[in-house]
Structure formats: C-alpha cells, structure tokens
Design a protein around this ligand. Structure first.
Ligand code: FDP
Length: 333
C-alpha cells in the first residue's frame, strides 16, 4: 500500500478477506456492523449533553452498577446493528445478565460477539474519553449451551477491538495479524486507516492504576509502586480502561488493576475487558498477565473462563514494564 492511499475500515477488512480464498465474507459483515454501531454511538456521545442523555438511567446492571442512560442507548445500538447479521449465533453484553441467542448453528450461526457497550461510563458526565470494547469468537461446532460457547480463553479470539470516543473517535482493531488504528473522519462518515501495524513501545515510564486503593493492593504491587516512585515514573489514570489502555498502547507504560479490598478477585471483566484488551496489547508486541492476591501470575489470554461475567486482576502494557511489575511479586513455587 502506498502511504498516500486512502483506506477505509471496510476496504481494509475486505482486503484482508481477499487474502483468504473461499472466505464467505461473514466475518467481514460482522465487523461492518460494529463499524456502523461505532459511528452511531460516536454521534450519540457527541450530542449527549444536548439530548440530555447523561446521568443515571435508573436501572442497575448485572454488576450492581447504575446504568447511565448512554450505556443503555449504546447497548441498544449494538444489538440493533449486530442483530441481523446472519452468521451470528450468540451475543453477550456486559449490561445483560444472560447471553442473547440470535440463531442456532443449524441456522447458520458461526460466530459469537461479546461487547462492553460503553466502558468507563462514570466519565461520561465530565466529557472524558469512554469506549466500546468487543471480542469475536468462533462458535465451536456442536456446543449447544450459549455460556459454554462464550467461555473460551482469550487466545481463541478471532478478533478484538475497541472504539475510543475521545477528542477524536478511533477504532483499534486486531484480527490476529497486528493492530491497526482508524480514525473517524466526521466530514465523510468513514473510519480511515491512520496507523497500520501499531507497535507498543518496549518501555515507557508511566504506570496507570487507581493508586487511591494502594493500601489494599497485594504487597508485591505496593513494592512495585515504591520502586517506580524512586525511578522517575509518572502516573496517569483516567479511570476509563479504553482511554488508559489506548494511551499505554501508543506511548508505552503499564496499566494495572490489581486485587483490592473491594474487589479481591479483580474488577475487570475477563470476557468484556481483559481478553479483548489483552489481545490488542499482545498483538502490538506487549504483554498481558493475570495476577492474584498471592503473587501468582500467568498469561491473561490463557485463563479459562467459567462464567461470562467473571472478573480478573490484570497487568498489561509494554513488555519491559510488565516485567518490572512481575519482578516485585513474591516468588510462588
Ligand atoms: P467503569 O466502572 O466506569 O465502567 O471496569 C470498568 C471501569 O470503568 C474501567 O473502564 C476502569 O478502568 C475502571 O472501571 C475504573 O475503576 P475504578 O474507579 O475503581 O478505578
């Protein structure tokens, strides 16, 4: 591709499909639904204050959190865009307790989509960046239970991505062959490729964690923070995972959500947040690990989920920065 070529998200996906002769195009069709949903949600986020859809919607989601009005709208938009894609079998939203079965395998259902419609929504009212996160899995043939179809380790993801509704709207996508970044050009209504094959810097002296909880972090994490304080590190934390991970991806550094007193098993949702973000970071040359309160750790993408709303503690980012965190955890033999 010549540098001056204009490549939209859709044409990029079609080009990828053309590399696989015999491809049915089903997968491309799902990604185009996500692109459409992203444009609709971006427009809603931009007009949120004008349309008065900020603030709590009243209901609580399955995690006991108050749903913001825009969370509910974003969820509906995604369901509406994905609902008619003929190859989709099951979709799971962070906002719904149970997965939605769209069609059976015998009726052509081949793929599952998992999404967090509006992550970081506590930032909505203050105009800070929020995002949509998604993960696409193959529906393994013969698996009838929708929860079993979704509970696959992150290494089995076919694609993952996020859309950050920030000062501009960006769509970051991996289909298992590197990570590409598209920006929404509002004047033409298209996501255009701006950075193909993003590589995360190997280092970056920035850590991103909610340090207010540090008294209840595992000792190893507290030791790491004390080490970082003495080694010229900066702290950056928006409290919106998409925005914090996006910065980490582009500038390097490390993002952590360790076990805390409030969330001893971790706060991040494995299927909705951990796995897709972990795949993106690893596809960009970074590292994603799951940790526990005792200092045990292992590859995040190899964790086998047992429930769809399972939570996890994770560390992800530049390979050398993740290694620096792990070096402070106690040895567990
Ligand atoms: P939110 O609750 O606003 O949706 O896991 C969800 C999440 O945001 C992440 O996006 C964010 O990184 C984290 O929670 C923030 O949690 P704390 O407020 O506990 O730091």
């Amino acid at each position: 591709m010549a540098d001056h070529n204009l490549v939209s998200l859709e044409s990029h996906i079609l080009r990828g499909e053309a590399l696989h002769p015999g491809s049915s195009g089903d997968f491309t069709w799902i990604l185009s639904a996500l692109s459409l949903a992203a444009k609709v949600i971006a427009a809603k986020v931009r007009r949120a204050r004008i349309e008065d859809v900020l603030g709590a919607g009243g209901a609580t989601n399955v995690h006991g959190e108050t749903q913001q009005k825009l969370d509910i709208i974003a969820n509906e938009v995604l369901m509406a865009c994905l609902g008619d894609r003929p190859s989709l079998s099951v979709v799971a939203s962070e906002e719904h307790e149970e997965p939605t079965i769209l069609r059976l395998e015998s009726d052509g259902g081949k793929y599952c989509v998992i999404f967090d419609p509006l992550d970081g929504s506590s930032n909505l009212d203050v105009c800070a960046g929020v995002g949509t996160i998604f993960s696409i899995l193959r529906h393994e043939p013969g698996v009838l239970d929708p929860v079993a179809a979704l509970c696959q380790p992150g290494i089995r993801q076919l694609a993952a991505g996020y859309i950050l509704y920030g000062s501009s709207t960006v769509f970051v996508l991996t289909t298992g062959n590197g990570v590409d970044l598209f920006a929404l050009d509002p004047s033409i209504g298209s996501f255009v490729l701006v950075t193909p094959n993003i590589r995360i810097p190997a280092r970056g002296r920035t850590y991103s964690v909610n340090e207010a909880y540090s008294l209840t972090f595992p000792e190893g994490i507290r030791r790491y923070l004390a080490w970082a304080h003495g080694h010229g590190y900066s702290s950056r934390y928006i409290g919106s995972m998409v925005a914090d991970v996006h910065r980490t991806l582009l500038n390097g550094g490390v993002f952590l959500y360790p076990p805390t007193a409030a969330h001893p098993g971790g706060k991040l949702r494995l299927l909705y947040e951990g796995n897709p973000m972990g795949m993106i970071i690893e596809q960009a040359g970074g590292r994603a690990v799951a940790i526990d309160g005792e200092g045990r750790f292992g590859p995040l993408l190899e964790v086998s989920p047992t429930t769809i709303h399972q939570r996890i503690s994770a560390v992800l980012g530049s390979p050398q920065e993740v290694a620096a965190v792990l070096a402070h955890l106690p040895r567990v033999d």
